[in-house]
Design a protein around this ligand. Structure first.
Ligand SMILES: Cc1cc2nc3c(=O)[nH]c(=O)nc-3n(C[C@H](O)[C@H](O)[C@H](O)COP(=O)(O)O)c2cc1C
Length: 306
């Protein structure tokens, strides 16, 4: 059987729908010893800012039931270092490159998009979970007006198609998804981490130095599936689904809920070959059920007549 695995994201053809989630795969280099990067549909690099960000103080990781909390704080070496060191490495592989961009202000987001405009990068992924310093640190992605503002500004200057990565820390994900789409987003990715906290009862202090952090891993998958399902019914643009994917069947769940592609995040820390294992699991599922084209799975739940 000839499984068709190719998917289209905003006019970019991926050889298959599986990719790492931003921030859980470094720049790809860290995983190249474990995974043949040529096998992945895309590589999504960790958040890149206009200048180096130092990140938060340790401890910044904590294990939780079926997941983890992190307050890494988007530590990164800045867009110039990305262009000089990471991009030439990634260009050796036959895969698409998605750059996740972050900023504390509109100006910072724009600086990154402009610095990447002539770079051989296939897609931009706009992380709108970053704190907006001019709004007292409120995340861009939690307010409809701020989403419209940042998405339309970056879209105006970006050379590559723009995927907007949504924060789940909102009351109505559909309202935010529609705001991103109407401001010009070419695709959406969801979900980012859920805000959480863990307390050391013996020290009577938060475990993370920062207090709160982002919850990820299998614990968040039902929330992610629900949000992808709601969003896919409300927008026309493609969706990259993520949140707790550990197996091929988890990836299938996201496709059935309406995602066009799926990212594997926290699983990489537990199993460095998780991305290719998920891909193989997806192929095995397609074999078992005689699915000739992976696109036939997308949005199966809400197709007419179901
Ligand atoms: C340690 C860590 C770092 C992350 N860094 C980023 C980042 O730089 N940009 C971003 O948009 N999301 C970042 N994320 C969120 C993931 O890309 C993903 O959306 C989230 O973890 C849910 O997927 P998962 O449950 O498979 O990990 C990070 C997550 C973790 C655990």
């Amino acid at each position: 059987m000839n499984h068709r695995l190719t998917v289209d994201i905003a006019g970019v053809t991926l050889k298959n729908p599986i990719m790492p989630a931003s921030g859980t795969f470094g720049s790809g280099k860290e995983y190249a010893a474990f995974v043949d990067l040529n096998r992945l549909g895309a590589i999504v690099v960790k958040g890149v800012a206009s200048r180096p960000w130092p990140g938060n103080p340790p401890p910044r990781l904590a294990e939780t039931a079926s997941g983890m909390l992190n307050s890494v704080g988007l530590q990164n070496a800045g867009v110039m270092a990305f262009l000089a060191e990471d991009l030439p490495f990634l260009k050796q592989f036959d895969t698409k490159i998605i750059v996740n961009i972050c900023g504390h202000s509109l100006a910072e987001y724009l600086e990154v998009a402009l610095a990447l405009s002539d770079a051989p990068v296939d897609l931009l992924e706009l992380n709108i979970s970053c704190p907006n310093v001019s709004e007292g640190g409120m995340a861009f992605g939690t307010n409809r007006q701020m989403v419209e503002q940042v998405v339309s500004a970056v879209k105006k200057h970006a050379r590559q198609p723009l995927i907007v990565k949504l924060s789940p820390n909102v009351t109505d994900i559909v309202e935010i998804a529609r705001a991103a789409e109407s401001a010009g987003a070419d695709g959406l990715s969801l979900i980012n981490t859920l805000l959480g906290m863990k307390i050391d009862v013996h020290r009577r202090k938060p475990i993370l130095a920062n207090g709160a952090g982002g919850l990820s891993g299998p614990a968040i998958k039902p929330v992610a599936i629900r949000m992808v399902y709601q969003t896919a019914r409300a927008v026309q643009i493609p969706i990259i689904g993520m949140g707790g994917v550990m197996t091929g069947e988890d990836a299938v769940e996201f496709l059935l809920a309406g995602a066009s592609a799926v990212a594997v995040g926290t699983a990489n820390f537990h199993n460095p070959t998780a991305t290719v294992d998920v891909l193989q699991g997806l192929e095995a599922y397609m074999e078992t059920y005689g699915i000739e084209d992976v696109n036939a799975l997308r949005g199966f739940l809400f197709r007419k007549g179901r």
